[in-house]
Design a protein around this ligand. Structure first.
Ligand code: ATP
Ligand code: MG
Length: 261
């Protein structure tokens, strides 16, 4: 049975997609079967996995509207499979932004993804859901479907404030919609140890959240930022880069920690 994780943070540009694609490829390299769900109309995780979002025949949009089943929509990028990092992608593009409006009259609209994933949970070890930078209906679908939330964050002053909103949302979803949902952990990303403020925020995080803070820290590393333009996760594009090594370490840490915490 798949362990299902949302990669979420309502703040934009904090590293959600970078985390999702690298974790997917990292877990695949470790021999796990992985499904990546792109739940963002920006389609960055789709493109970052080497799939052209503009030419998708079907996407996660069709799954949410129940006009297609997941096995008929997923794509395993050939270039990733060739190097032993293949994972299945349920892609997204801007069509998805219409889903919220189209589902507005539907009953149990926040459970569409959960229903669809429950039918394929046997086929994967991990499902990773890349959420959009908002606490909207799409993110809610992700949270309803997941066992846990992984929160990538930059160690900046306002990060802690945003975290309070997100943990409150997780608590609400837990209370009313999904009793399986828990905060798995906070992942410090784009970290620069030379910046004093980042070290201070990192310390505050550990004081506040204790072992909910993952041990692995992802450094700021330009190779991770270059990789998407080649349609590859960093861990495939340049495995020896510092950032890639950190994401492999994170894949190991997560597979050991799992949904226990
Ligand atoms: P959005 O909220 O728009 O979906 P996001 O949270 O998914 O954004 P990313 O797209 O992963 O964030 O990252 C934002 C930018 O930062 C991208 O250009 C990405 O390449 C870059 N980036 C992410 N992580 C790192 C890193 N560790 N080092 C350097 N650049 C990074
Ligand atoms: Mg993103």
């Amino acid at each position: 049975m798949a362990q299902i994780f949302c990669i979420a943070n309502q703040k934009g540009g904090v590293g959600k997609t970078t985390t999702t694609v690298n974790l997917a490829a990292g877990l695949a390299k470790l021999g796990h079967h992985v499904l990546l769900v792109d739940l963002d109309p920006q389609g960055n995780a789709t493109m970052g996995s080497g799939i052209n979002k503009h030419t998708l025949q079907k996407s996660v949009y069709d799954v949410l509207l129940e006009t297609a089943e997941i096995p008929d929509v997923v794509i395993i990028p050939e270039r990733l499979r060739e190097v032993g990092a293949g994972y299945a992608v349920l892609g997204a593009n801007r069509n998805l932004s219409g889903a919220e409006v189209e589902l507005v009259r539907e009953a149990r609209r926040e459970r569409r993804l959960q229903r669809a994933l429950s039918r394929v949970a046997q086929d994967y070890d991990y499902v990773l859901i890349d959420c959009p930078p908002a606490l909207n209906m799409l993110t809610l679908n992700g949270l309803c479907a997941a066992h846990g939330v992984i929160v990538p964050m930059q160690c900046e002053y306002f990060a802690l404030e945003g975290l309070a909103d997100l943990t409150q949302t997780i608590r609400k979803v837990y209370a009313s919609l999904n009793r399986d949902l828990r905060l798995i952990g906070l992942l410090r990303v784009m970290f620069d140890p030379h910046i004093v403020l980042q070290k201070q925020v990192s310390e505050r995080l550990k004081e506040h959240y204790g072992d909910k803070v993952f041990d692995t820290v992802i450094p700021r590393n330009v190779r991770l930022a270059e990789a998407p333009s080649h349609g590859l996760p960093g861990v495939v594009y340049e495995p020896s880069a510092k950032g890639s090594a950190a994401f492999m370490e994170f894949a190991r840490e997560l597979s050991e920690r799992g949904i226990r915490t």
